[in-house]
Design a protein. Structure first.
Length: 201
């Protein structure tokens, strides 16, 4: 996925460097106020972001954390672990970082979603595919959509008790509905294929 940089953010009178979308996503995860390690941030992104945007890799997360510290948007410290494992570094958003991400979420242009549907690209080239292969592609997509719907449903239930996650919970409900629609659209396309086959001489 292309990680486009947004425009520079002005926090107070100080002009700050532009961040890529991944940077704002990581800073947004920190904006809930907890001290989190890179591993924690990856778990949080897998729990929420990947349903509607994407989940950055560990290397992307750690790269952005370094960028955020350099910009003054986050700070870190080493903490000992109770398990006896080596110390871990945890990160927290700074006041300057909170100002920057609040400004970004309020003022930065919102890019419209760009649909890149690999399944539909294959079906668009259906004249090059056998009917069984088209149904196989759609069947796999239906299974994927249903799996994602169930995961989103489970994560919605897991966030209901967390007041700080009230809005992410709403987005997870949207994700649940989205994957429900993807599943139903796959069923409709399979029915369309059946109807087309019945009309063929």
């Amino acid at each position: 996925m292309t990680d486009k940089k947004a425009g520079a953010v002005s926090a107070g009178d100080a002009e700050r460097p532009a961040l890529p979308a991944t940077g704002w996503a990581v800073l947004g995860l920190l904006s809930f106020g907890e001290e989190l390690s890179g591993y924690d941030l990856k778990k949080r992104s897998d729990r929420s972001l990947h349903f509607f945007y994407w989940s950055p890799s560990f290397s992307q997360i750690y790269g952005e954390l370094k960028r955020l510290e350099k910009a003054g948007y986050a700070s870190s410290r080493m903490v000992a672990q109770e398990t006896g494992n080596r110390d871990k570094r945890v990160y927290v958003i700074t006041d300057e970082g909170m100002t920057a991400v609040r400004h970004w979420v309020r003022e930065a242009p919102v890019e419209p979603p760009v649909l890149k549907h690999g399944v539909m690209l294959r079906l668009w080239l259906g004249h090059l595919l056998e009917g069984d292969r088209m149904r196989e592609v759609l069947g796999h997509h239906r299974e994927y959509a249903e799996t994602m719907r169930r995961r989103a449903e489970a994560d919605v239930a897991g966030t209901r008790a967390e007041e700080a996650w009230a809005y992410p919970s709403l987005v997870l409900k949207w994700s649940q509905r989205y994957y429900t629609a993807e599943r139903d659209l796959a069923d409709a396309m399979l029915a369309d294929l059946d109807e087309r086959d019945r009309r063929l001489p």
